[in-house]
Design a protein around this ligand. Structure first.
Ligand code: AMP
Ligand code: MG
Length: 322
């Protein structure tokens, strides 16, 4: 039985997994009325909710602390203050329970949870707030085949939403507004398998200032930004010869984005896997799930030796558990 902790950014969560089955996946998110995430404030949030989320997860899974074999911790990558708050909590619990810690890379966990919905060797389209990457397994590592050259797609959408006065997180509101919008051409920026959003960011702000409707801008942002990512994902699938696509990250909750992925996969005879919303957003179920795969392969550390790795990249990790 593995207890996982998620703490990399705005979400603190505790998940419990046994034999690949997620028994609990409890989370609480730091939100703001104005502005984005303030890392130290988010870390304060994590410390404030940790004990209660932990207890709720044990209750939900109906398990006892003594049944836990290891604590999986998302120690990388992320905002240092947030990672530290999680590390502190994981160390405290690991010592109390006398169990090791399994350090889990958050981005890899988004990919691994795709296995729980049936993918075997997929390309991951990871579209979240801060991260936007196209990842797949090749020669011992999860490699980044394409990524954003500037901001993550979620941050880009959220920044636009804030600019037009919608608050954070803006993604779900933009999705609703897009339903009544029409298409305007926006800068479509893809270089090889990499994408960038800053040109589109400037353009949509200018168009908003000129009085273009938020509905039209929302619709056009979705059509343009998602098409860029679907194109890059398709190219990665063609390059690696993989026949499965998995969605990951909070932006993956968007129904239009999912539809575009599904159409692309159908057209090339591939399969599209989309975890449910609770496993798309930042969550500890995926950390526990990945932690169990790693633990079963013998990966575990003395809690004293574990540290945070705010800038660890997906391809820094040797994948020895496959
Ligand atoms: P994550 O960082 O993976 O937890 O995802 C958070 C990001 O997902 C934020 O930028 C949200 O605005 C974005 N998001 C959540 N739901 C949607 C949606 N329905 N459409 C677009 N973006 C979304
Ligand atoms: Mg994430």
């Amino acid at each position: 039985m593995i207890l996982g902790i998620e703490c990399t950014a705005h979400t603190f969560g505790v998940g419990i997994v046994k034999k690949g089955k997620v028994l609990a996946n409890i989370r609480d998110m730091y939100t703001t009325e104005k502005g984005g995430i303030i890392p130290v404030e988010s870390a304060k949030h994590h410390r404030a909710v940790a004990d209660s989320i932990y207890q709720q997860a044990l209750d939900k899974a109906n398990v006892k602390e003594k049944d836990i074999d290891a604590i999986a911790l998302s120690n990388a990558p992320g905002l240092a203050p947030c990672l530290l708050s999680g590390l502190e909590f994981a160390k405290k619990k690991a010592k109390e329970l006398g169990v090791p810690i399994v350090p889990v890379n958050h981005c890899i966990a988004h990919l691994e949870i795709g296995r729980s919905v049936g993918a075997k060797d997929p390309v991951l389209l990871y579209a979240s707030g801060a991260n936007t990457q196209i990842i797949a397994y090749a020669a011992g590592k999860y490699r980044v085949f394409g990524e954003t050259l500037d901001v993550g797609i979620g941050n880009f959408i959220d920044k636009f939403a804030r600019y037009v006065g919608l608050g954070f997180p803006g993604g779900p509101k933009i999705e609703q507004l897009a339903k009544n919008g029409k298409y305007l051409e926006l800068p479509y920026s893809i270089k090889g398998m990499d994408v960038s959003f800053s040109g589109m960011q400037t353009k949509v702000q200018q168009l908003f200032d000129k009085g273009i409707k938020v509905e039209d801008l929302s619709y056009s942002i979705q059509e343009t930004a998602f098409a860029m990512l679907v194109e890059a994902a398709e190219r990665a699938m063609a390059h690696t010869g993989k026949k499965e696509l998995v969605m990951g990250g909070g932006v993956g909750c968007n129904a239009r984005f999912q539809e575009m992925c599904r159409i692309m996969c159908e057209e090339r005879g591939a399969k599209f896997f989309c975890p449910s919303r609770e496993f798309l957003v930042d969550n500890a179920g995926m950390i526990a799930y990945t932690g169990e795969l790693m633990f079963n392969a013998g990966i575990k550390e003395n809690p004293e030796k574990v540290d945070i790795k705010p800038r660890e990249r997906t391809d820094d990790v040797s994948v020895t558990w496959r």
